[in-house]
Design a protein around this ligand. Structure first.
Ligand code: FE2
Length: 379
């Protein structure tokens, strides 16, 4: 068998962004494709043809797909076989190295502009789940990691590249859509781990401490500190980070377009009211130029030309929902339009609060893009 041309997950992401991937042929089965797909920072034509059908129909497929397309399967083996067959038909396409398993682990660090002197900041995007984590630190100093994905390596290598010691790991809330890497990263690095007790309950089986509203957190250097800010609404205990006049991490409370769904802990009405107070009492008074840095995006429309999922406080208040002054109307607009939550979310929350499950179940629980936004968009 001759060598199959392959492309790494990171290069595929970059190429999708540049618009140079003509077509993605996903040969996983239909259920797997329906659960989640390879999506980058720009739209790309994608078609699902399960491998057995693709093999049967390889002559037509070779006519149908353009040169340089990318074939995707679960681990990159079935797709490699199909690519050989397509080559025999005169069509040269590429293989996603490691398949969707590699894509699931892909994270893209993007340096944040506008940090104060001596502070570096990165937004770390995970395309398979549209999840975002953050690292702030100083060269040769310390670092804070917020909402890490479950693979510690990207955070450890970023810290190593800048000679930073990770001293604090924060989860803004008990996540329902993905398995947190926070406890593991904190244990591996010796950092303190912070998780809101209102979300997790008092009996979390690993060392942790909640952050008090207003508590100072050094951003890698004792010269610059951010403040913990309670922002309930998506969960009762969501606690974010605020560097006045510069940035506000918003967790899943507010996104570039939309707000976090308040129903995942079973208290939709109560939390929608808390969300109203967070928006009006905590966010509205802040500097309108504050950079809003959320923990998710829902569609690629939320990714800016600079590749960042970020906006200003002023921009999020351009929507009518965020300016709704009547609490009952605000609550109704959100609660009345909520999509149903995925079946796995209660278990994911339990795992993130300490429930132990098998490695296979973790893989299963991690499947699929986040569904943490309320369906009421505000962009
Ligand atoms: Fe989430």
């Amino acid at each position: 068998m001759s060598e199959v041309t392959s492309i790494s997950a990171a290069d595929l992401y970059a190429e999708i962004g540049r618009g140079s991937v003509p077509y993605i042929l996903d040969v996983r089965n239909q259920d797997e494709f329906a659960a989640w797909q390879v999506e980058g920072p720009a739209p790309v034509a994608t078609k699902n043809v399960p491998i057995w059908l693709a093999v049967e129909d390889v002559e037509n497929l070779a006519q149908e797909i353009p040169e340089n397309s990318v074939v995707v399967c679960a681990h990159g083996n079935g797709s490699a076989m199909l690519i050989e067959m397509l080559k025999d038909e005169g069509r040269h396409v590429r293989n996603l190295e490691g398949g969707t398993a590699a894509w699931a682990e892909l994270v893209i660090p993007k340096e944040l502009p506008g940090m104060p002197d001596g502070v570096l900041g990165w937004q770390i995007q995970r395309p398979s789940k549209a999840c975002i984590s953050y690292v702030f630190g100083s060269d040769g100093g310390n670092a804070v990691v917020v909402d890490p994905a479950r693979f510690p390596e990207p955070y450890e290598s970023l810290a190593a590249a800048h000679s930073m010691t990770i001293t604090h790991v924060l989860d803004t809330h008990v996540h329902a859509d993905h398995i947190s890497g926070g406890p593991d990263l904190a244990m591996r690095t010796g950092a303190s781990y912070h998780l809101p007790v209102e979300d997790a309950g008092p009996k979390v089986p690993w060392p942790n401490e909640p952050l008090a509203d207003g508590q100072e957190i050094d951003l890698g250097t004792t010269k610059v500190h951010a403040f913990a800010i309670k922002m309930p609404g998506h969960t009762p205990g969501t606690t974010c980070l605020h560097l006045p006049g510069v940035f506000l991490l918003t967790g899943d409370t507010v996104f570039v377009r939309g707000v976090g769904r308040p129903d995942l802990t079973g208290k939709a009405d109560e939390l929608a009211k808390e969300l109203f107070h967070t928006v009006h009492d905590r966010l509205q008074p802040l500097d309108p130029n504050t950079m809003i840095l959320p923990a998710h995006w829902s569609t690629e429309a939320e990714i800016g030309a600079d590749g960042l999922v970020a906006t200003t406080l002023a921009h999020i208040f351009e929507s009518t929902l965020m300016n709704e002054d009547d609490m009952e109307t605000f609550v109704q607009e959100i609660v009345g339009t909520l999509p149903s939550a995925p079946d796995t979310y209660d278990t994911i929350r339990a795992v993130n609060a300490g429930k132990v499950v098998s490695a296979e179940e973790i893989e299963f629980l991690e499947i699929g893009k986040n569904q943490c936004a309320a369906s009421t968009t505000v962009g």
